[in-house]
Design a protein around this ligand. Structure first.
Ligand SMILES: Cc1cc2nc3c(=O)[nH]c(=O)nc-3n(C[C@H](O)[C@H](O)[C@H](O)COP(=O)(O)OP(=O)(O)OC[C@H]3O[C@@H](n4cnc5c(N)ncnc54)[C@H](O)[C@@H]3O)c2cc1C
Length: 151
């Protein structure tokens, strides 16, 4: 498949997500230029705020067709540059995928979307006398997706 030009790529992202969920420009993207290892920074070409798994799939497909690198991002608390954007790539921000789909206290299983904050899982399990024990010391901010990717 032939690479897509930059303007068409940007238009395709907006067509899929709407302009309010496609961030561009220095100020809107400033918070996404690094993770907690702030000595390293990179400017992405766009940050997309996805709200469903289908949107993630479509954004990844668009990136692949345009040969644009992409990076998933949770809360950016990585201390090792894990969520440092690729220069001119796309950051896929997972924070709006934040639904707890199921808490099964009998099987001790929670089904959650990747942008759910770690501590929120414990809050949801608390009425059953349970909690989510893995805590990388950033429990109140970091996401389950980020936890799994760095486990
Ligand atoms: C004060 C402080 C203390 C910390 N202590 C520890 C500690 O003791 N032990 C420890 O291990 N870490 C520690 N950390 C690091 C960090 O909190 C963890 O790595 C955490 O799991 C990152 O979660 P996040 O949501 O912020 O992910 P991010 O920083 O956004 O991303 C981390 C990595 O996960 C990937 N990623 C994120 N979401 C997804 C997804 N949905 N799908 C695929 N890939 C994804 C990113 O691409 C990136 O590579 C600490 C951080 C801070 C700020």
């Amino acid at each position: 498949m032939a690479p897509v030009d930059a303007a068409s790529f940007h238009d395709a992202l907006i067509q899929r997500l709407g302009s309010e969920r496609v961030l561009t420009g220095a100020a809107p993207m400033a918070a996404y230029e690094s993770d907690a290892l702030t000595a390293f920074r990179a400017r992405p070409r766009a940050v997309v705020l996805v709200e469903s798994a289908e949107e993630v799939v479509d954004v990844v497909r668009l990136c692949a067709a345009a040969e644009v690198p992409f990076l998933a991002r949770g809360s950016g608390t990585s201390l090792s540059g894990g969520s440092l954007p690729v220069d001119d790539g796309v950051v896929i921000a997972m924070n709006r995928l934040n639904r707890i789909l199921e808490v099964d206290p009998v099987r001790r299983i929670a089904v959650v979307e990747p942008g759910v904050v770690n501590l929120t899982v414990s809050d949801a399990a608390a009425p059953y006398g349970l909690y989510y024990s893995p805590d990388p010391s950033s429990q109140s901010v970091c996401t389950i997706g980020g936890n799994l990717a760095t486990a």
